[in-house]
Structures are given as C-alpha cells and as structure tokens.
Unconditional design. Structure first.
Length: 193
C-alpha cells in the first residue's frame, strides 16, 4: 500500500471556538492518539486532506505525518481512523489519526473487493455476497487497502470461503476459515422453493 505524506501543525486553541477558527482559515482540526502517548490536537490543510480522500478509500490509509511543533518537526506513522463530514456540504469537519505502535500488531478492518462475473450467472445463478469486510491483524507495514477475490470460476452451488482468500504474508484473518465470503445460488434457491 502506498504511504502518503501529510503535514500538520499543533493546534493551540482547542474546543468549539478553536475548531471554528481552523475551519474559517480552510484548515481541518483533528487529533492524533495511540498507545503510550498523549493525544495531540492538530490542524491539516483542507485542500491537501480533500486531495487525499478523493483518491479512493481513505480508512486505514498509511500516513507519514510531519507535525510542526514550536521549534521542531516531529514525524510519525499513523493511519486515518475516522473523518467527520458536514451532513449537507460534505466538507471535512474533523479527522482522527491513530499513531501506529512501532513493531506491534494492530487490528483493522479491510474491505473485500469482488472481481469478475461468475460462470454460474450465465446459467441463471445469482452472486450473493455474505462478507464484504475482514478483520485482520498484523504489522502496520503489512497493511493493505483491500483483499481481492476473483469469483469468475464460480458455478451455481459454489462458494468462496475465508480460507480460500489470498491474504498477504504477515497478516492474520480474524474470522472462521469456514465463513462464506461469496456464493452463487441457483433460481430455485433464490425463489425459496
């Protein structure tokens, strides 16, 4: 997964008035938190953040963050935990970044990306998706943005199970190996007969 460079400044004024001042200057308030650290209130340039989140899925995106503190620059590895958006304008209101503990496993959720059209769909079958996200644990450096599943060889009655997924080395799936990810069901199964 691509690591994105992002710059931030320490936010001196916190609370609603501080957040409002940030937004009025086209900056997005946020917070960095993680194990064995005090949370750090920050601001990020809105334009830079928008360019980052419009490039596809942003949750779990690996970030190399440079934080400008008075008199020094601090770098840390983190990922986007959550972004709050304005319900009408869609503008980012707040960002939560999670600092990655060095050398320790973390737990994160990764989307499953379905590829192809099943062979069974040409014979009246319908693809059913039972699992669209996976809980995975591993080191930050091994983080992926999605797990891809090719369903093109599935006939009616065939399924793909968690154990059939190609998960990159170093990552551990936290689901039952027999859990169904996707299946092609026939017309009789669809109608409930």
């Amino acid at each position: 997964m691509e690591v994105v460079e992002l710059a931030a400044e320490v936010r001196e004024v916190v609370g609603k008035s501080g957040a409002r001042k940030c937004r009025n200057t086209k900056k997005v308030p946020g917070i960095i938190y993680g194990p064995k650290m005090h949370s750090i209130p920050i601001v990020i340039d809105e334009k830079r953040l928008l360019s980052l989140i419009t490039k596809g899925p942003y949750k779990n995106r690996q970030i190399s963050l440079s934080i400008q503190k008075p008199g020094k620059l601090q770098k840390m590895e983190c990922f986007i935990k959550e972004i709050q958006f304005h319900p009408i304008s869609g503008e980012p209101l707040h960002i939560d970044l999670y600092r990655v503990p060095s050398g320790k496993e973390i737990r994160f959720q990764v989307p499953i990306r379905i590829l192809g059209t099943p062979l069974g769909s040409n014979k009246g079958g319908e693809l059913r998706i039972f699992l669209d996200k996976l809980w995975i644990s591993g080191l930050y450096k091994d983080l992926v943005d999605a797990i891809e599943v090719d369903v093109s060889n599935l006939e009616i009655g065939n399924s793909i199970l968690v154990k059939d997924l190609k998960v990159p080395e170093g990552l551990k799936v936290e689901h039952s190996p027999l859990e169904v990810v996707a299946s092609v069901v026939g017309a009789t199964e669809n109608s409930g007969s």
